[in-house]
Design a binder for this molecule. Structure first.
Ligand code: FAD
Ligand code: NAD
Length: 367
């Protein structure tokens, strides 16, 4: 009986089919799920392998084929949400009729828990690098034309470089190009660019190497990972963001999303912990946003300020949090996100529990 109940909770396996016209080949994936979107599907065509990974809850459905004929670099991906159908439209290089789609490669047509699948990487090109603070930069990477990948809000990817013969991999959280709508991205092919705010540690293993890359060099980028669910923000009224140092990165897209896409939202408050004023990422953007949007407030807390600093000081503490985390209304729907160095996040979560916030009202971003 117990296995019966578990089996019912597992999503049922998707299936796929394909058809062709003179110039196109369409692969159709029937997910048997309604809550899918363009983030649910990751497509890569590299060398002789065509790979389409559909993410369904904690499972991954993989199509992995050596195509029987050549295709053009770009393809399109469509999702028919209400019937749970994904269509990948490939352009044939030559207008001949294909007798078969191709031959199966490793794990083709498998439906397995995501935790049992390895991370897949594709090579992305460094497009630009801009200074943000004395040690933090905004890196822009471009996906290959033959990749469809959208990183869901709150998730991270791994960047991989080979350093003196050894592959080194570290996680990073994509951000938006800016917090302010008037800072428009340069004209880009849609969804092809991924931005990262990355602090370069002079004695670090990975970040100095990343910083040494020239524009046009390549970095491998993994498929997304992470357990943050944007659906937890539905009907939210008060959102509190507690960030320390580069722990600000997951807050960027959450903040943008909250201010643009949650109609019930009344207030977003960011408490941003840094060592010094010079360390504050996007300070002027945050201040501008707070000035322009009365739903947003930001408070900076410095642990090593100069004597001139008139704002809040110290580390995360009961006094700072109890004053900051005031609910707008007694029973308003509240959510708190916290991210930073591990001791910061651990202390913060403990303090939040002491202040009677429940597990369901907190998301901590950890390794
Ligand atoms: P490391 O080699 O790890 O060293 C970091 C610092 O610690 C250096 O100053 C080094 O001198 C010091 N150090 C190393 N070892 C020791 C030791 N044994 N004792 C004392 N000091 C030591 N970072 C970002 O900048 N942006 C992001 O968006 C981002 N997202 C992340 C998402 C997730 C899910 C996680 C877990 C981390 C994220 N990070 C992010 C952090 C990132 O993954 C790396 O940890 C960071 O870039 C440091 O990497 P590094 O190899 O350059 O430095
Ligand atoms: P930092 O050294 O500049 O410190 C920033 C602030 O964190 C300090 O001012 C202080 O208020 C607080 N802090 C630091 N150490 C503390 C401690 N021991 N106890 C309590 N508070 C402390 O921070 P950084 O160099 O920018 O590091 C940011 C950290 O955030 C990294 O460890 C990184 O791995 C982590 N991070 C995690 C994620 C994730 O999703 N899990 C994402 C981004 C960054």
């Amino acid at each position: 009986q117990v296995t019966d109940i578990l089996a019912k909770e597992d999503p049922s396996s998707p299936s796929y089919d394909w058809f062709q016209t003179d110039s196109l080949v369409t692969i159709v994936i029937y997910t048997k799920q309604k809550d899918i979107n363009l983030e649910s599907i990751i497509v890569d065509h590299q060398d002789d392998s065509f790979r389409a990974e559909t993410i369904i809850k904690d499972y991954s459905y993989l199509i992995h084929i050596g195509l029987s004929h050549e295709i053009q670099e770009d393809f399109s991906v469509r999702v028919v949400q209400n019937v749970g159908k994904i269509e990948i439209v490939l352009k044939k290089k030559e207008n001949t009729s294909w007798k078969c789609l191709g031959h199966p490669l490793e794990n083709h047509d498998s439906f397995i828990p995501r935790k049992d699948t390895g991370l897949y990487y594709r090579k992305c090109q460094l497009i630009s690098k801009e200074d943000v603070t004395h040690d933090t930069k905004l890196f822009c990477l471009m996906l290959p034309p033959s990749t469809h990948l959208q990183v869901p809000i709150g998730q991270h990817v791994y960047l991989k470089l080979t350093i003196t013969g050894t592959e080194i991999v570290k996680p990073y959280t994509p951000v938006s190009y800016s917090l302010l709508p008037e800072f428009k991205e340069p004209i880009l092919p849609n969804n092809k660019y991924i931005y990262f705010l990355i602090k370069v540690y002079p004695a670090g293993l990975f970040t100095p190497e990343l910083d040494h890359l020239q524009i046009g060099d390549f970095v491998s980028v993994s498929s997304p990972e992470g357990n943050f669910k944007i659906s937890t923000l539905q009907e939210l009224e008060d959102l509190f963001l507690l960030a320390a140092g580069t722990g600000f990165t997951p807050m960027v897209k959450i903040l943008n999303y909250a201010l643009t896409s949650i109609p019930s939202l009344r207030k977003v408050k960011l408490m941003f912990f840094n060592k010094t004023e010079d360390d504050i990422i996007w300070r002027s953007q945050l201040e501008k946003l707070a000035f322009k949007d009365e739903r947003f407030d930001v408070e900076f807390v410095l642990s090593a300020p100069t004597s001139e600093w008139t704002g809040k000081r110290g580390h995360i503490s009961p006094a700072l949090l109890s004053e900051f985390l005031k609910r707008n209304l007694d029973k308003s729907k509240v959510f708190i996100c916290i991210c930073g160095p591990t001791p910061f996040t651990e202390q913060g979560v403990k303090l939040l529990h002491d202040l009677n916030f429940s597990k369901d009202e907190i998301h901590s971003f950890t390794a």
